[in-house]
Design a binder for this molecule. Sequence first.
Ligand code: GLP
Length: 245
Amino acid sequence: LPLDSLQAAGGGPLYLRLRQTLEEAIRSGRLSKGTALPAERDLADYAHVSRVTVRKAVDDLVKDGLLTRRQGSGTFVAQPATRVEQPLSRLTSFTEDMASRGLQTTSEWLERGLFHPSPEEKMRLGLSAGALVARIGRLRIANDMPLAIERASLSTEFLPDPEVVTSSLYALLEKTDARPVRAIQRISACNVREPEAGLLGVPVGAAGLSIERISYLASGRVVEFTRSLYRGDAYDFVAELALGE
Ligand code: GLP
């Protein structure tokens, strides 16, 4: 990257010149999609600018969706999501959905533990007074591509120790005969804000799909109340329709 000549390039604030150089490198493909950006300190040394300048330029590119910050792992050149076609008639888990497309699921933990429930969780899950709620919040990633943020709440009856969830929640529930067999799912449009935009690697204001799922056991008991935020540029939800009476 022609960063060492930034100071000499003249004209305009340094961070804008750095931003422009990085943007050109991304748009031309010299910095290819998915590549990790060097550490802030290294970039600053290399371009002979301060770390503040680097941070400003990078912040700008993150805001515009050209770069993605991933907590703990660094900053990457954003990649457009591959579109996923998701049927709306089957009760499947994220892990299963991705596996059926040959994609590997990983998750970044946003929260996991027992908490005092919100009034909504109490109502949705029918929790008794004083009961805690098991909550797991995850950034869900398929082959390095962040696709959704999901926050699931369950009664401790079904998930006494949230720490045991390390990969698929449904696979775990299956083992204790608590895998849901029916669910009501509501999908609505939204705009993605911070901090979710940063996590999903989309520009602030990008289109998102807000999805709420309440799932049930055969007995009618609620197992899970989950709110998710899916990338609007990654999902097509498809339902088969039949002629009604
Ligand atoms: C889907 C649903 C969630 C559910 C999750 C379980 O993404 N929208 O409501 O909690 O699947 O996925 P997994 O078994 O991969 O943890």
